[in-house]
Design a protein around this ligand. Structure first.
Ligand code: FDA
Length: 588
């Protein structure tokens, strides 16, 4: 036996590299769809620091579709407690302003509630990843920890990856039909594919200090997950901004503090970390137990092409940006939701490989959008600093006096108060960017157009969700009723299958769907909405949101995006639906 032959080879349909939000979600989705997959990850366990926490409605919808939403809700911090972003001199010091966040203001609550059956949720990455990965493993995805991806080659039938077992030091190979590169912001896979990127990495440096401290008395009356602390003089030459972030209410926290990127990541001793924490809190006696100290960098980089051949990259591997807007983990999970049903259909022989090309077309614009949004939100803090007069001087004493000027009964004081109010209000683009989270409208060959123009946004498209069934958009949510019990439109869709919605007079669409499902060997779940039908539109919301007549039709992909609609019945529903499905599945 020569050396080459002695390397063990594992065969699987899909190799997933990475067990973060992207890889974990892919592992769970593929297992749920019954696809044979192997997930490998370099380390001994999952995330050891609670980086991501803000979990948006779209992500919870993904979790809901695969039946694990409740696990997240049981363990996360509910939307109401995510409440007020607080800008202050310290947690015990003066407050400069607050902003209702994540849809918790009285005026935005309805927007969020109307948009989705799921709330916003705060769940640290350390708790989210185990939900994804344990359920993936329970459902059949094989998982290997301490397994490092080294390199790959691909041919027309598959991908051969070389990996190293970090326990034994031995190399092994995996032969898979597809490879998912979910290996984070230093992605070896994106590099080996030579994916084109735009932007820059390493624009600024930040330190995460994870600590235990009971802060109930400082925060319980103004619940928030983020307290922005301004302490001029506490850093060199800057405005002294630090963040105190809730991890578990109200006794586990993360202090986020900047470091000079040109100097490299500092080696922060615990006593220095405790000093930073106590200063930010404003309590020199606070009982602080440091749990860990880690660093991360602010990046502004996105891939303009996400895949090459049989290898698809996802998550931070293709979009690298700061935590502002809380989009990283969310988008990573949603990348997985986009690609996994497509891979499943291709592997089952229900779709042509062309379907996979739609991943790039649909997700690359989102990668760019979120990287730009997150970085703009960082830049927008400059407006708060300017409003307080922190940009016109480097002298900390002057900065402190400039901040205090807002308390004066003078024209300058009034101007400062107004500028500060407006600058804080502008942060709605970070903390209530509902449109950024839900307005995804895919344009690709996996969406059959209906000849209409994309509907205009009548309100700000970053701040507000605009429900539409325009092909490519996410299926709007509303409650329908089955035997008086409510069921979301989104609950009727998903589950790895296509869903067809029609109404009274549209029964021919359902008949056509049944025949097509059998001919194409795919699953199409048909729902007739109307009095005495499968589900009833008791509040009349579906009639408005569906944007079709009773005898029209909506065809929804397994990832909840509308891929075809007809406003009314047509002469040959079978032919029309066949054309639409063939387009979507790349069979035409
Ligand atoms: P991630 O980096 O999480 O995982 C990569 C995986 O690949 C790991 O399992 C790693 O071990 C593995 N890996 C890497 N190289 C490998 C190799 N060669 N071989 C084998 N395995 C390999 N996001 C959000 O949505 N809401 C939020 O509130 C926040 N907040 C937040 C705060 C802070 C302080 C930070 C730093 C970040 C956030 N984020 C966030 C962003 C979020 O943490 C980030 O976007 C996700 O972790 C990205 O998930 P991925 O799975 O893509 O990569």
């Amino acid at each position: 036996m020569n050396k080459q032959q002695s390397i063990p080879i594992i065969e699987t349909d899909v190799l997933i590299v990475g067990s973060g939000p992207a890889g974990g979600a892919a592992a769970l989705l593929l297992a749920t769809y019954g696809i044979k997959a192997l997930m490998v990850t370099r380390f001994n366990w999952l995330a050891h620091t609670p980086r991501a926490h803000i979990t948006n409605q779209r992500t919870l919808e993904v979790l809901r579709d695969v039946g694990v939403e409740q696990e997240a809700l049981d363990i996360g911090t509910p939307q109401d407690l995510m409440g007020h972003n607080v800008i202050c001199e310290s947690l015990t010091g003066e407050e400069l302003g607050r902003l209702h966040s994540w849809g918790t203001s009285p005026e935005r609550k309805a927007d969020y509630k109307n948009a989705s059956p799921c709330p916003m949720l705060d769940i640290p990455q350390t708790l989210m990843e185990p939900i994804l990965v344990s359920n993936a493993a329970k459902r059949g995805t094989k998982t290997r920890f301490n397994s490092e991806f080294i390199s790959m080659t691909q041919d027309e039938n598959g991908v051969t990856s070389k990996l190293k077992d970090r326990v034994t030091g031995q190399q092994f190979e995996v032969r898979s039909k597809y490879l998912l590169g979910a290996d984070g912001s230093n992605s070896v896979i994106a590099k080996q594919l030579a994916l084109p990127f735009e932007g820059e990495m390493g624009l600024a440096g930040s330190i995460n200090i994870l600590f235990d401290a009971d802060m109930t008395k400082y925060v319980a009356h103004r619940p928030s997950v983020l307290y922005w602390v301004l302490q001029p003089g506490s850093d060199v030459g800057g405005v002294g901004m630090g963040v105190v972030r809730m991890v578990r209410p109200w006794n586990q926290w993360l202090a986020i503090w900047g470091y000079d990127i040109n100097e490299g990541p500092p080696d922060l001793p615990d006593d220095e970390a405790i000093r930073i924490v106590r200063n930010l809190v404003g309590d020199q006696e606070l009982d602080v137990k440091i749990k860990s100290i880690s660093t991360w960098t602010v990046n502004h980089m996105y891939a303009t092409k996400l895949s090459e051949g049989r290898v698809f990259c996802m998550g931070d591997a293709i979009h690298r940006h700061p935590p502002t807007n809380g989009l990283g983990s969310n988008t990573s999970i949603q990348d997985a939701y986009n690609i996994c049903w497509k891979i499943a259909m291709v592997l089952r022989g229900n779709a042509n490989e062309k379907l996979l090309e739609s991943y790039d077309k649909e997700r690359a614009p989102i990668a760019k959008q979120i990287v730009e949004r997150a970085n703009k939100s960082v830049a927008d803090y400059g407006r708060i600093f300017e409003s307080l007069g922190l940009m016109s001087t480097k002298d900390p004493a002057q900065m402190i006096s400039n901040i205090a000027e807002r308390k004066n009964n003078t024209a300058a004081g009034a101007a400062k108060r107004k500028a500060l109010r407006e600058a804080i209000h502008n942060k709605n683009y970070e903390f209530n960017a509902h449109g950024v989270e839900l307005n995804h409208r895919y344009v690709s060959d996996a969406v059959a157009t209906d000849g209409t123009d994309e509907p205009a946004y009548h309100k700000d498209k970053e701040l507000f969700y605009h429900p539409t069934t325009f092909p490519g958009a996410r299926l709007p949510h509303c409650w329908l009723y089955n035997d008086g019990k409510e069921v979301s439109t989104l609950d009727l869709a998903g589950k790895g299958r296509f869903t067809l919605f029609t109404g009274l007079g549209g029964e021919q669409w359902s008949v056509a769907a049944e025949i097509l499902a059998s001919n194409l060997n795919i699953d199409i779940f048909s729902v007739v909405v109307g009095p005495g039908q499968d589900v009833e539109d008791l509040f009349g919301e579906w009639a408005r949101l569906s944007e079709i007549d009773d005898d029209g039709v909506l065809l929804v992909r397994p990832d909840g995006h509308v891929c075809f609609r007809a406003f009314t019945k047509c002469a040959d529903p079978h032919h029309t639906l066949h054309e639409a499905l063939s387009t979507v599945l790349g069979l035409s």
